[in-house]
Write a protein that binds this ligand. Structure first.
Ligand code: BTN
Length: 248
């Protein structure tokens, strides 16, 4: 059940703010911001968050069953967001494991949004997690010049509805998906992910701590890890690291 829903004018990071707060075991807190002064992406990167341009939102709630069960959480949030955008008519939105919303563009992918899941704490008991979503709605030119990877925004996909309508549509999918994940785990989401998987069957480059390899992505393992077939034939299950699509 929704406990609080707030829109901040300006905040360092909606994820950071919800992490600073302590909330009851029951109920879900939602925080959106018009801008972030210290928006954060994965791996310590910054997330450009200009005023009134995009969606910056975070959802905090508790999950039962301990930290180990949280593995698929960012996948679930991505599935919910991608399905919401498809229902708004953006049928080209896909997911790039583990945390990106993308749109296919020729041989490559353009990033439309990303997820940052944080939190945890106690062992065994319920775990409080903060699920952060940044979604490009209308990229200002000045910001576009600073972005060092192929990007996309909803405006270029033809979206004309107000940001609030997009936010409402995303939250209407996201909140029930998080509740279902808390109840049933990742299993009910695996087929939905497969239908949205931008990597499946694609030639990818795998960047891991022990090196860089070429492979073909083969969908998800039951725990949400990425299965890849290495050049040479070996099947590998990737739990963390980055993959990029090979475009030549
Ligand atoms: C990524 O792709 O690296 C994840 C980006 C996550 C950005 C969102 S915007 C709302 C929330 N607050 C943050 O500081 N980050 C997330």
């Amino acid at each position: 059940e929704l406990a609080t829903l707030e829109v901040a004018w300006s905040i360092d990071s909606t994820n950071s703010e919800l992490l600073r707060r302590n909330t009851s075991l029951r109920g879900t807190d939602v925080l959106l911001a018009e801008r972030q002064t210290g928006g954060r992406g994965r791996r310590g990167r910054t997330w450009a968050s200009p005023l009134a341009a995009h969606l910056y939102l975070s959802v905090a709630r508790h999950f039962g069953g301990g930290l180990a069960r949280l593995g698929g959480l960012s996948l679930v949030a991505g599935i919910a967001a991608a399905e919401a955008l498809q229902a708004l008519g953006h049928g080209s939105v896909r997911l790039k494991w583990p945390n990106d919303l993308v749109v296919e563009a020729g041989p490559g992918l353009r990033k439309l949004g990303g997820l940052l899941v944080e939190g945890g704490g106690e062992h065994g008991g319920p775990v409080r997690a903060v699920v952060g979503l940044g979604l490009n709605v209308r990229m200002p030119e000045a910001i576009a010049r600073e972005i060092d990877q192929p990007w996309c925004d909803l405006a270029s996909l033809g979206e004309t509805r107000p940001r609030n309508a997009v936010a409402a549509a995303v939250l209407a999918q996201l909140l029930p998906a998080l509740a279902q994940f808390d109840r049933d785990g990742l299993e009910p989401f695996l087929a939905r992910h497969a239908a949205l998987d931008a990597l499946a069957g694609r030639a990818v480059v795998l960047h891991q701590h022990d090196g860089t390899r070429n492979a073909v992505a083969e969908g998800l393992a039951p725990d949400g890890a990425l299965r890849v077939r290495l050049d040479g034939g070996e099947l590998r299950v990737v739990h963390s690291g980055d993959v990029s699509v090979r475009t030549r």
